[in-house]
Structures are given as C-alpha cells and as structure tokens.
Design a protein around this ligand. Structure first.
Ligand SMILES: NC(=O)c1ccc[n+]([C@@H]2O[C@H](COP(=O)([O-])OP(=O)(O)OC[C@H]3O[C@@H](n4cnc5c(N)ncnc54)[C@H](OP(=O)(O)O)[C@@H]3O)[C@@H](O)[C@H]2O)c1
Length: 311
C-alpha cells in the first residue's frame, strides 16, 4: 500500500512516499480502506519532534496521522462489518498511522459515517470536532443563553466549536481576522471580534465559557472578560500549562486538556453531521502524495476550516 512515512523528525522534506505491507489487524480492530484523511496542527508539531513525538520513539517507519474516513475491508469486531463506511480519530495521542491507503483502528474509536456526508467531510470532522465536542460537553456544561467565547473561530477546532456551541443553545462570540469575519458569522456566531483591530477587553465582557486555541497572553485577556466562576479551557500544549493557576487566582476555573479517541463521542458527532447541525468547511484537498504541501499550508496558521487528503 501507499503510505507517507516520516524519515526522521524535522522538516516537511522528511515526509516521503513509501510502499508498505498492508497492516495486520488484532482482535477488536478493523482494517479501513482509506477514502480521506485530515491533518491537524498536532501533525506539524509531531513531525518536528514535539507534540505526540514520544509515542513514536523506537518506531520505524514513523507514520503520522489520526483522522480517517473509509470503508471497512476486514473486521475483527462485532461493532462493524466489511463494507461499512466509518470515520474517526484513531489511537490519539498514540500511533494513529492514518497517512496510508489502509489503516488499522480499534473499532471503538470509530462511528458509522452518515450516508449524506462525504468521506472528506467526515475525515475532517474527527480530531478537531472531537476536541470541540468533548470540551463543550464535559467542561462547558453549556446552558441555553450562556455567553461562549471561541478563539480562532475560523480554524479547525474553532469552526466546529462555534456550530456546536450554537447547537447547545449558547450565545456565541468568535474571534478571527477581518478576512474571515463573514465565515465566522456564517457558522452561526452571534458576534465577531476582529483580534487585529479590537482589544478583547473593549470588545466583550461577562463571558461564561472560553475555548482558547491560542494560549499564552490569550489566557490573560480571556480571564479579563470572564464572569466570576466562569471556565476557560485552553488547548495548545506548550502554551497552556499555567491556565489552571491563572484562573484560580481570579476566582475562575481553568483547564488544559487533550482530546481522546472515543467511538461514543464520534457517534454523537455523526448524528450532528447527519442532521446538518454541524458541517465541515474544507479549505483545501490534496492527494496523499502531496503531504509535504499540505503540511506547508497548515503550518501557515491561516487555514479556514480543515485540510483533507485523498489516496
Ligand atoms: N489539546 C488538544 O487535544 C488539541 C486538539 C486540537 C487542537 N489543539 C491545538 O489547538 C490549536 C488550534 O488548532 P486548530 O486545528 O484549530 O488550528 P488551525 O486550524 O491551524 O487554526 C487556524 C486558524 O487560527 C486563526 N488564528 C490564528 N491566530 C489567531 C488569533 N490571534 N486570534 C484568532 N484567530 C487566530 C486563523 O484565523 P486568521 O487567519 O483569521 O488569523 C486560522 O483560521 C493548535 O495549537 C492545536 O495544536 C489541541
């Protein structure tokens, strides 16, 4: 099978096409014939030797990637049978090995892909969507009318988070540059803040919940506009470690968290996709062989929605 392997941690030039054996599946796993995969900033960080790189120590060849949508070729699980269309985030933050024509996945990390959703949209709606959904459900406990601030609302996580927070009944405020204002509002955001033109403290106040994809100073600015007792969840590792103590010092709650593979949560996301409450916005589609170009595009930090690749 075709696969993109990482010769060594470092630059995009280390991502190369290779011909490998189709992987062998164990009990409770399925073998997926890939129709689409998606990439995330964690792929970039891991490629460079940070992020989830420790999960690949002493592994050769290194195959990155966690988001996949495809057709079950063989199953050793009662959950899915050959021919089922499935999607999900595989083995995160371990070895997902999604940059390949065939991917082995624990069946309980997957959900059935809705028939009215393309493989591209489904693959996109895995890690980024799970992150948003798990955070909004478990930390957000969003109630109707809650004022929810989503930073980087035009990005992979943010564009799902806006739609999901609206679905949960929140009043949603999203940040982006001017160029992406209409996109953020089209996702259902009630208000837009242009981070290049407006100080957060001037633009808003009385926030109940913040999903922070930026870290660093964004945490301090966010705390300035939150209500007493409100909650902030910050997700960029390396930039979010102080969120708990900073929030506590202000009488608020702060969490640094990571997404985790869950077929149950994926099934909830599948339902949101099928019913049209959530849509994937795909900024660019590449061929698997163009992984280098896909990484270069994502690492600009300017992606609107998601980047997808097909075999
Ligand atoms: N802990 C976890 O489990 C977890 C899971 C997923 C992601 N993450 C992390 O969360 C971060 C975001 O991930 P992502 O997939 O959403 O990234 P992404 O898709 O690459 O985000 C790109 C977006 O960020 C926006 N942006 C950049 N700077 C901004 C600023 N100062 N204010 C507002 N928006 C800004 C850009 O909009 P403009 O062009 O308008 O600036 C662009 O649309 C990454 O660091 C990622 O590693 C963590």
């Amino acid at each position: 099978m075709k696969s993109i392997i990482l010769k060594d941690f470092g630059s995009v030039d280390n991502l190369v096409l290779a011909e490998l054996q189709i992987p062998v599946l164990q009990e409770a796993e399925v073998l997926i014939r890939t129709k689409a995969i998606s990439i995330n900033p964690i792929d970039i960080k891991t490629r460079a030797g940070r992020g989830a790189a420790t999960a690949f120590q002493n592994t050769q060849p290194i195959i990155l990637g966690w988001d996949v949508s495809g057709i079950v070729e063989t199953s050793k699980s009662d959950l899915f049978k050959a021919g089922d269309a499935v999607f999900g985030m595989v083995n995160f933050p371990g070895q997902g090995k999604a940059y390949a024509e065939y991917v082995v996945a624990p069946a309980n990390h997957l959900a059935l892909k809705p028939n009215n959703i393309s493989h591209e949209s489904a693959a996109a709606c895995s890690l980024a969507a799970l992150t948003a959904w798990q955070i909004l459900k478990s930390y957000g406990k969003i109630k109707k009318g809650d004022r929810v601030l989503i930073h980087a609302a035009a990005g992979g996580v943010g564009h799902y988070a806006v739609q999901m927070a609206k679905y949960l009944g929140a009043y949603v405020i999203g940040t982006s540059s001017t160029a992406k204002k209409e996109f953020v509002l089209s996702l259902g955001a009630d208000e837009h803040i242009d981070y290049q033109k407006q100080a957060l403290e001037v633009a808003t106040k009385d926030i109940d919940f913040v999903l922070d994809s930026l870290g660093g100073e964004s945490i301090d600015h966010s705390l300035n506009v939150m209500k007493q007792g409100a909650t902030i969840v910050s997700i960029p590792s390396g930039l979010n470690e102080k969120v708990t103590e900073k929030a506590a010092a202000r009488g608020m709650q702060g969490f640094a968290t990571k997404a985790y593979s869950s077929g149950t949560d994926m099934q909830e996301i599948a339902d949101l996709l099928e019913k049209g409450f959530v849509k994937s916005h795909i900024a660019q589609t590449f061929k698997l062989e163009e992984m280098r170009e896909a990484h270069l595009s994502l690492e600009t930090g300017k992606t609107q929605g998601k980047i997808v690749l097909t075999p």
